[in-house]
Ligand binder design. Structure first.
Ligand code: GLN
Length: 546
């Protein structure tokens, strides 16, 4: 059936078509995505694109543009440059660090040079005041006070101001820490407002986005929900059907609930029980998704198939592959069955769409500017996933950061408990049971994990910790239980705190807590005689054990 992309009166489209949007052009700084995040925290919608974006190819109109920092020097031969058309759009532009240098270079390519010394870390900026006809150039720094603590990270500097510009902030080292054009809405700052080391940075970004660009601060999940539901309906059409896998995690549950609200039972959720889920997981997820959230869910119990294939396998990568491939096989079979059954329904058309819970950090990762030599990594490549079914992807969370997904979940009536759930890996307990996975190891792993998590919840620590679990080690250890020598399993507890899962630190439980958990596990889980706590940060340790 045809896809109806044209819904008449309702404005339908990506958020950049329905919300005022600040475009961040990424020159490869490790902080570029933080600019987008900070703006969204201000309820201003923002998207990031590579610095090489051609303005003629842009299908929407940004309210303002921010040029990010970057590792290059604008005067080098291989330095990336923005499409000159950026400067002809007429919308306000803010350059941050490399971005400032790029603005200056674009206007007069002789005025950026290597500085005598690098400036890295804290600096104090003095804000300048202009009166009369020049007063408007002070808008970027308005209400920030006279002196501002900022964070710098640069080696190049402006040797002179581009024509028509005035300094609006300076440091003893950097006379041009902030500059602005008198004639045009062009601003540049040498420091980074997006990092937390610049305490008033968010206020400065607000001055740019809200005061200077005039962007509305209406990016909220309440608003997003309505627009997104309309967008899904328009995309899928009145009869189109969608299928998607759910895991019980936040992302897939939120995506599924959104689909259910948009198209009801024409969305088919599939939960594959791969036999390596946590204790009662499949049951709990089924209950939550069907009874509480009203999602049209099919549960496939493939425990025997998965465990059969995992038999005798102890190599971590092999375990992951077996689980991944078997999952695709099962999901594909089920999808075909559902599609066959769907054919008979007079109210619905064929299944044409596959739901994916892709989030914005995945999108950023795949588009961010990494220099001319870097190959761009594509994420969530499901090209071969549902072979022969020719499904189109629908990714309703594609524009959202994790905290926004959580806010959206709450907005959709999903319980706080689920919304704040720790991530759980696709290969499940198979990578938390070191070595071969069998029924006995799974029982031990499940029971120990449940005790650990229950105690974390009881101690009020669940939200402070980003991820926690109990692993079953491969070796055994000697113990004495009831005066008898035992040779039992070893449990390793892992709990980490992190904001982005790229780096993490182990959680500093107090001794009493660990004592309680250890005592309970050894007493209550048959076959365990020792409990260890993993005190390895990431790096070098990964969050999971295998
Ligand atoms: N590479 C440029 C410099 O050293 C810009 C650095 C940056 O954007 N952080 O000045």
């Amino acid at each position: 059936m045809a896809v109806n992309g044209d819904s008449g009166a309702i404005p339908v489209g990506e958020p950049h078509k329905t919300f005022d949007t600040i475009l961040v052009l990424d020159f490869g700084s490790q902080y570029s995505h933080l600019i987008t995040r900070r703006l969204r925290e201000l309820n201003v919608y923002s998207e990031m694109l590579p610095c090489t974006q051609k303005i003629a190819d842009l299908t929407w109109n940004p309210k303002g543009i921010i040029l990010s920092g970057g590792p290059y020097s604008v005067y080098s031969d291989d330095a990336p440059h923005a499409d000159p058309a950026v400067f002809d759009l007429g919308v306000p532009i803010l350059g941050i660090c490399y971005g400032l240098q790029e603005i200056a270079w674009n206007l007069d390519n002789k005025n950026v040079v290597a500085g005598e010394k690098r400036e890295y870390g804290h600096a104090e900026v003095t804000v300048q005041k202009h009166a009369g006809k020049k007063a408007h150039i002070d808008r970027l720094f308005q209400n920030l006070g006279e002196n501002l603590e900022v964070w710098m990270s640069h080696g190049d500097k402006l040797s002179q101001l581009p024509a028509g510009f005035e300094p609006v902030a300076s440091t003893p080292n950097a006379p041009y820490a902030g500059i602005a054009s008198i004639e045009r809405p062009l601003f540049g700052i040498q420091f980074h407002p997006e990092v937390t080391h610049t305490p008033k940075g968010k206020q400065l970004l607000s001055n740019f986005a809200v005061e200077i660009c005039g962007a509305r601060q209406d990016w909220t999940m309440e608003k997003f929900v309505d627009k997104e539901i309309e967008r899904i309906r328009a995309m899928v059409g009145p009869k189109g059907q969608v299928i998607g896998a759910v895991s019980g995690g936040v992302d897939s549950t939120v995506a599924a609930k959104l689909m259910q609200n948009a198209i009801g039972d024409r969305f088919h959720a599939v939960l594959v029980d791969n036999g390596v889920l946590r204790m009662d997981e499949a049951k709990i997820v089924k209950k939550t998704l069907t009874e509480h959230l009203g999602i049209n869910l099919t549960v496939v119990d493939a425990t025997d198939l998965f465990l059969g294939r995992l038999k005798g396998v102890s190599e971590p990568e092999k375990k992951r592959k077996i689980i991944g491939n078997t999952f695709i096989e099962i999901f594909q079979d089920k999808a075909k069955q559902i599609a066959e059954a769907a054919k008979d329904s007079p109210k619905a058309g064929d299944i044409e769409w596959l739901l994916q819970g892709t989030l914005y950090p995945d999108v950023i990762e795949s588009i961010s500017f990494k220099g001319p030599s870097a190959t761009i990594k594509t994420h969530h490549n499901v090209g071969g996933l549902l072979e022969g079914m020719h499904l189109k992807l629908i990714e309703p969370l594609r524009e959202l950061f994790k905290d926004e997904v959580r806010a959206l979940g709450t907005n959709l009536g999903i319980s706080e408990e689920l919304v704040w759930r720790h991530p759980f890996p696709g290969p499940g307990l198979a990578i938390r049971i070191l070595g071969e996975v069998n029924e006995e190891q799974l029982r031990i792993g499940r029971e120990a994990d449940k005790i650990f998590i229950d105690e974390i919840v009881a101690a009020g620590l669940y939200r402070k910790i980003s991820q926690a679990y109990a692993a079953v080690l491969k070796d055994r250890a000697v113990g004495v239980m009831g005066d008898k020598r035992v040779y039992g399993q070893i449990i390793a507890l892992r709990a980490v705190e992190t904001t982005d899962f790229m780096t993490a630190d182990w959680f500093p439980f107090d001794g009493e807590f660990l004592k309680r958990v250890s005592r309970r596990i050894v007493n209550e889980v048959d076959g365990v005689c020792r409990v260890l706590y993993d005190v390895t940060s990431k790096p070098p340790g990964t969050i999971e054990m295998e």
